[in-house]
Ligand binder design. Structure first.
Ligand code: PNS
Length: 164
């Protein structure tokens, strides 16, 4: 099975990495696909997000990191994927993912989506929370892997004290 795990990964969290590891165990090949969306501002460039993910996954032999723009459904066909993987933490995640899965399936009925329930230890972790915490100088060492913590700290390094 070729599984496709798409996302913004801005940046990848330990929750993402957990989903990658678990998905790699149930697939022959896992393609982690980083979205390049010109309309959406990201903290990390596409190259930075891809490079960090490569660093995080280089030991996982059946995992490959790629980037994409445009429709996920088109990438699915191009990669000859069998399933899309998405991690689900909360009910609101589930509601959003159900809509994405249905939209993708209405574009191409062969697209199957598989949801991996987040490890309870990671329910509160998201890229948004990581960025917000890091912006205000909070400790994100329990939210991102040691391999990329320096990148996150550097991105949000502050010269002035932020008070507002
Ligand atoms: O990590 P994210 O930001 O929650 O990932 C969202 C992602 C990349 C899965 C979604 O935005 C996506 O698939 N974008 C590509 C455009 C697309 O195909 N949209 C869904 C059908 S209209």
């Amino acid at each position: 099975m070729i599984a496709l795990y798409p996302g913004s990964f801005d940046p990848a969290t330990i929750g993402h990495l957990d989903v990658i590891k678990r998905a790699s165990l149930i697939s022959d090949k896992l393609l982690v696909a980083v979205l390049h969306n010109a309309n959406k501002a990201t903290a990390f460039t596409l190259d930075e997000r891809v490079e960090m993910l490569k660093r995080l996954t280089h030991k996982l032999k059946n995992v490959e990191v790629i980037s994409f723009s445009g429709l996920l459904a088109d990438l699915f066909v191009k990669c000859k994927a069998n399933a899309i993987i998405r991690g689900v933490r909360t009910i609101s995640d589930y509601e959003r993912e159900l809509v994405y899965a249905s939209a993708n399936r209405s574009i191409n009925e062969k697209i199957e989506s598989l949801f991996i329930p987040a490890d309870p230890a990671y329910l509160h972790i998201s890229s948004t929370i990581v960025k917000e915490a890091a912006y205000f100088g909070g400790d994100v060492s329990k939210m991102v892997s040691p391999e990329i913590i320096g990148d996150v700290k550097k991105k949000f390094a502050v010269k002035d004290q932020r008070e507002d």
